[in-house]
Design a protein around this ligand. Sequence first.
Ligand SMILES: [Zn+2]
Length: 249
Amino acid sequence: MTAVAGTRDGSDVPQEQSADGSTDQRRELAKANHVLVDQGILDGFGHVSVRSDEDPTTFLLARNLAPGLVQPQDVQVLTLDGDTDDPRKPYLERHIHAQIYRARPDVRAVVHSHSPAVIPFGVSSVPLRPILHMAGFLAPRVPVFEARDTMGAGSDLLVSSAESGVALAEALGDAAVVLMRGHGSTTVGGSLPEVVYRAIYTEVNARVQVEAERLGACTYLTDEEAAATVATNTPQIGRAWQYWQDRAV
Ligand SMILES: [Zn+2]
């Protein structure tokens, strides 16, 4: 291995490049794909990206490929316009990632998924709210993106243009998760482990909330409780990340 330019997580640890050209970030991104498939968040569709450590005006995202098949060499570098020099076909919905990175300098990683338990909260009047302590990041609110507002009444609901990406980023605002009506959700975080954690527990929270609501009126985390759980849980994410990587193929 030889050291190449760039650092990870703002540290002075240089990125390592192996003989096949893959870097630590590319390998970690490939692993994040596999973890999200193993955890039932991604299937043949959806994607995860990370902002480049070497150039924060670019981000890394796999080429147009099922997440379970992604390897480090499948990772492309894209600009905040969603463009790439890589001749291989990119994802149609790369604009989700590009426009969120443009709008949110604090965001270092993005997951877009169609995980099913979340869908009802994007199509009904019931808001997704933090009901368990592992999902405090859902507070204070989870906004819903309505595709018709920018894409008209007959769209395919996909965020496949810069214009719709801008609208999605505006709907997200400063939240951690935005629901996409009739489509799925997009989750953001400060690192790949954090965004994977959030995507997993957004789906868990949705399942638990539906079950709890069937029993009657529910008690949700207050904003203060939610903030306290985030402060406690965030430093613990590495433990789960290690386990999730180990069990993923
Ligand atoms: Zn999608």
